[in-house]
Write a protein that binds this ligand. Structure first.
Ligand SMILES: [Zn+2]
Length: 393
């Protein structure tokens, strides 16, 4: 790069950054004018410096019953597990110990390395140990940046071999598939592209579930202004911003995903993160109503469940045969937040990530039958050949 080009590049970078900042900070019209008419003192200004959104952490004075739930009430299968590298017995023992403390009986292992020889290596370490019933290995599909003709057929063959070796499902297909992975002709590979049909058909024939993460929270596509409830997260993470119209829209991704589910009624699909409809559960309900082959897991959307305790409870009871427990990020000390939301009627308590939610959580106190299905029964139903040891009859 010449000095001239690097100077021009630097100026461009500054201009782009400035433009992003302007978008990210432009306040919209005033909202939330709840009271009718204007009141005396309505235009009053604070006399003290105004804190920013990360500084203002008011302590609640509310005194209500509190229940900490360090262990789940029933043994749990974490369908959306991303444990650390499990390539030694010591590593298995460490994770199993953390799981014991939480009453996590088994964890589905989602790790992109798990395919072919590497899958066999991980399986061999587990099967020679006392932890073999505690981990359920799902195979990965080797999507690169570009998918060439014949990819789907080759992936189906690899899947067959991996299931023969001991894999029990297709692990979380990452969100870049459908969003940014390309076809050889340069166009975007939609998740329902016929190229991938042999893979989904093979999963149906093998009787294994397919776990798919499609899209992201809807607000990641909207303007980053002060009305966006994910403003802080979008300000913190550049790779979560989809404002650029070059990205397919949220509704496009969802429509393609649903079309995939519809096209393959014999294949069992698990859509990750409540299908990113946790903020609109009725929409997920319509998906469940239309397609009996679709399930969903609750990883990383606890903030949405816990802000609608009555409607969420109704939903989790109504669709108790379609929901699975999943956590996503491996942080043992975060699981008890899930137990507390799912099992108690506690009110107005903190979530564990301030950039996801600017609100408090409430418990949805699920009845035992729905809780057991969420925690382990539905996973046992859709994952073939999982040991029943350690679960209630
Ligand atoms: Zn994940």
């Amino acid at each position: 790069m010449t000095a001239m080009t690097s100077k021009v590049t630097a100026i461009l970078v500054i201009l782009v950054a400035a433009a992003t900042l302007a978008v990210a900070q432009a306040p919209r019209e005033q909202r939330g004018q709840g009271a009718p008419g204007s009141r005396p003192g309505a235009g009053r200004q604070p006399e003290f410096p105004v804190p920013d959104i990360r500084e203002y952490k008011p302590e609640s004075t509310l005194v209500v019953p509190q229940h900490s739930v360090p262990r789940a009430r029933f043994p749990v299968i974490d369908f959306h597990g991303h444990p650390p590298q499990l390539t030694t017995v010591d590593a298995l023992a460490g994770v199993a110990k953390a799981m014991d403390d939480l009453n996590l009986r088994s964890m589905v292992v989602n790790n992109p390395q798990l395919r072919g020889d590497e899958l066999k290596r991980w399986l061999a370490v587990a099967s020679g140990s006392e932890y073999k019933d505690r981990f359920i290995y799902f195979t990965s599909v080797g999507f690169g940046r570009v998918v060439s003709p014949g990819f789907g057929r080759a992936a189906a063959e690899q899947l067959e071999a991996d299931v023969k070796a001991g894999a029990k499902g297709i692990q979380e297909i990452a969100k870049n598939v459908g969003l940014s992975v390309k076809k050889a002709d340069g166009s975007r590979l939609a998740i329902d592209d016929p190229e991938l049909d042999p893979l989904w058909d093979a999963a149906a024939t093998l009787g294994i579930p397919v776990f798919i993460h499609t899209a992201d929270p809807q607000k990641f596509w909207d303007p980053i202004d002060y009305s966006n409830e994910r403003w802080l997260e979008l300000a913190l993470f550049p790779d979560r911003r989809y404002q650029d119209p070059a990205y397919p829209r949220f509704d496009t991704l969802v429509a393609e995903r649903n079309n995939l589910f519809r096209k393959h009624p014999r294949t069992t699909f698990v859509t990750a993160h409540l299908g990113w409809h946790a903020n609109d559960l009725a929409r997920l309900g319509r998906l469940f109503d239309e397609m009996p082959n679709v399930y969903s897991e609750i990883g990383a959307v606890l903030y949405d469940i816990g802000r609608q305790p009555r409607f969420a409870r109704e939903f989790f009871v109504k669709y108790q045969d379609r929901l699975l427990f999943g956590k996503d990020n491996y942080q043992p000390d975060e699981y008890p937040y899930y137990w507390r939301v799912l099992e108690t009627s506690d009110e107005y308590f903190d979530y564990y990530r301030d950039y996801h939610a600017f609100w408090k959580l409430y418990g949805i106190a699920l009845p035992d039958e729905a809780l057991e299905k969420l925690y382990f029964r539905n996973a046992l139903k859709i994952i073939p050949g999982v040991s029943r040891a350690g679960f209630p009859q």
